[in-house]
Each structure stands twice: as C-alpha cells, then as structure tokens.
Design a protein around this ligand. Structure first.
Ligand SMILES: C[S@@+](CC[C@H](N)C(=O)[O-])C[C@H]1O[C@@H](n2cnc3c(N)ncnc32)[C@H](O)[C@@H]1O
Length: 353
C-alpha cells in the first residue's frame, strides 16, 4: 500500500470516528442544516425567481414601501434579488444575510449587476447583529405551510433586536387557510383500507393504520388536483409579524362552517395569502387566480366523508409546534342541518388526535 493510500485510509477513518462522536443535532439545528443545503442549489433558487406572481409582488411592494435613504435588513437574501430591488429603490444600506452557501452567488450577481450599498453577510439571522437599528426588515420566509420555514421565530427575533420602533416588516400580514376539499375523482387516492379493486377488498387493513404522521399528508403544486372547496374559504388564522410573538400563536384552531358545495371530503388544503395593500396580495391557494405557482400546497388527508349542501362542518386543527407540520393533528365533526347536536363521524381522522 502506498503512502498516499495509507494517508487516504487514515483520513477517512478519522472522518468516520468524528461523525460517530459528533453530538447529535437538535431538531432546530437539523432543520437549519437542511434549509441551508436546500437553498444552496440553483434549482431551488430558479424556481422562486421564475415565479412571476411572487417576483411581481415583491418588486411592487419594495417600490411602494421602501423609501430612498432607508436602512434595510434582507433576511435570507438567496441570490440577492430583494436586496437588489431595495438598493435600486435608493436604500442607504442593505444588510443581506443568508446562512446558505448561495451567498457567494449573490455577491457575484450584485457585482455583475453593479448593485451598490449592499453588505452580504454569511450568517444565520439569529447570530447577526448591528450597532444601530434599521428602518425595514425585508424577507421571504414562507414555507408551503406558511410556518414551516421558521418565519415567525426568525423575523420576530430580528424585529425585537434590530428594527427601529415604528419600523416596517415587509411583508407582515398573513392569512393561513385549512380548507375542506374534494379532490378530482381520477386523481383521488383513498386510504388503502377504503379501496376495493375489482372486488378485492382492502377494508381489513384499517386495523393497521400507520402511525407515521407523514402518511396522512402530501404536498402538491398541481392546482387541478382540487375539484372544489366544500365551504366558502376563510382564514383559519391571521397574523401580523409587526406585533405577533411565536409563543402567542394558538395551539388549536377550530372553525365551523356551512357546506356550500356538496361532495366528498378528502382532506384540508393548507395554503396562505400575504397582504401588503388592498391591491397587492400574494397567494399560494390552489384555486386562487394568479396563484404563485412554485409554492406547493399541503393536503391533510381525511377519511372519506360525504357532505350535503347545508351540512355544518367543524374542523379542529391541533398544533404541537407550528413550524413542525408532523406535529399537527386534525379532525372534523359533521352536523346535519336539521339537528342541533353534533353527530360524531365514523372515520374522523385518527392520526393520534
Ligand atoms: C425562500 S428563500 C428566499 C430567497 C430570496 N430572498 C428571494 O426572495 O428569492 C429563503 C432564503 O433564506 C435563507 N434563510 C432561511 N432562514 C435563514 C436564517 N434564519 N438566516 C439566514 N438565512 C436564512 C435560505 O438559505 C434561503 O436562501
């Protein structure tokens, strides 16, 4: 064995030993690592940049709400696009932070586009500080399920430490939706125990309902999956990052609505809307016209249940931790229009709820 082979063997053995003894990451640290790795890829960045409603929304919001001379933090700058918009708008200084290696690309792009007055900082936002507070915090930290990219914790942390009193968070107002939906018949995949395939019955498998929370939800970017909402959409939760604190978010959301569009309940579509001005909104809602296409929406699956127009549905979403969608549990109760007493439904989702 050559000296070089021996050295290589030694180095890889050492790396294996280090991996073995490395302290286990906490869920927050593991999430950071995954997030940083995910956004280092050109593919993730180009999906977001090619999303026209998204880019139009941010460009207009920055033109309208960032004033020449403002000092700005761009939390999670990615390729530096929002920082560039703010600089071109006349911001006196933009502190563009990102914890992912994509920051190198942001520097290259800013130079190639002659963008000035932007400081690029390779850091996680919670480890970033400044000697003076800023006028604006700019960010795009919305996950498919709104909360799942730690938006509330990260923005509120910067707000409390580094935003001037009366300063602006752009964007700050959000609506979170959890809408009962019917999926188009030809695209609907029932739970296995609901199936009968040419007389072959799978009902016996209901006893083996999986415990894995991931089984009870899926993501899609295909809005044609959804045939219709059963009720008139309304936010299950609204929040304003100017004032909210993560600890104040409720751990349970319940709403009761009248079914206006009869049909089979297949699950709840989770999506969000962002509000800046009356005429400036962004939506990931599958049935919203002009939806931002790169965001997926999540379907929280339910056991089959059929609703008639006029029925009432009460939906309950219990949340262990908003950023961790695997901690969410959901159930519903059907109230027929005539009876005052709720009738518990067979097949209420029992994912540990
Ligand atoms: C959804 S991308 C948005 C990128 C860019 N602002 C845009 O609009 O195209 C979110 C970016 O934030 C970064 N990020 C997420 N959490 C962060 C944190 N707490 N501190 C610093 N960067 C973060 C990610 O690495 C990613 O590049």
């Amino acid at each position: 064995m050559s000296f070089h082979s021996l050295r290589r063997l030694g180095v890889s053995a050492l790396a294996a030993v280090r991996r073995f003894f490395r302290p286990a990451l906490s869920p927050a640290e593991r999430y950071r690592e995954i997030n940083g790795r995910c956004f280092s890829s050109f593919y993730e960045q180009e999906r977001m940049l090619a999303d026209r409603p998204r880019m139009e929304f941010y460009h207009t919001a920055i033109q309208r709400h960032i004033q020449p001379g403002d000092r700005v933090i761009d939390l999670g700058t990615g390729t530096g696009i929002l920082a560039a918009f703010a600089s071109r708008r006349g911001a006196a200084k933009v502190h563009a932070i990102d914890h992912s290696s994509i920051l190198k690309t942001a520097r290259t792009l800013a130079q190639a586009n002659r963008i000035e007055r932007v400081d690029f900082i390779s850091a996680h936002s919670t480890e970033f500080s400044l000697p003076e507070r800023v006028d604006v915090i700019l960010h795009e930290q919305m996950g498919d399920c709104l909360f799942d990219e730690a938006m509330v914790a990260n923005v509120c942390d910067l707000r409390d430490r580094l935003l001037k009193p009366g300063g602006l968070i752009l964007p700050s107002r959000f609506e979170f939706y959890c809408e009962p939906v019917k999926i188009r018949d030809h695209l609907h995949v029932p739970f296995i125990w609901e199936l009968e395939v040419h007389g072959y019955d799978y009902a016996v498998l209901e006893r083996q309902r999986p415990q894995d929370p991931a089984y009870y939800q899926f993501s899609s970017t295909n809005p044609t999956l959804i045939e219709h909402y059963l009720t008139a959409p309304a936010p299950a939760l609204t929040l304003d990052l100017q004032t909210v604190n993560e600890a104040e978010l409720p751990h349970e959301v319940t709403f009761t609505r009248t079914v206006v569009h009869a049909g089979r309940l297949d699950g709840y579509a989770v999506y969000f809307r962002v509000l800046v001005d009356d005429d400036l909104r962004l939506s990931s809602g599958p049935l919203d016209s002009g939806r931002a296409p790169h965001w997926g929406f999540r379907v929280l699956r339910t056991d089959r249940d059929d609703f008639a127009a006029g029925d009432l549905i009460t939906v309950r979403l219990k949340v262990g931790s908003w950023p961790d969608v695997s901690s969410w549990r959901w159930s519903h109760v059907k109230h027929p229009p005539a009876g005052p007493d709720p009738e518990p439904v067979n097949g209420v989702h029992r994912n540990g709820a």
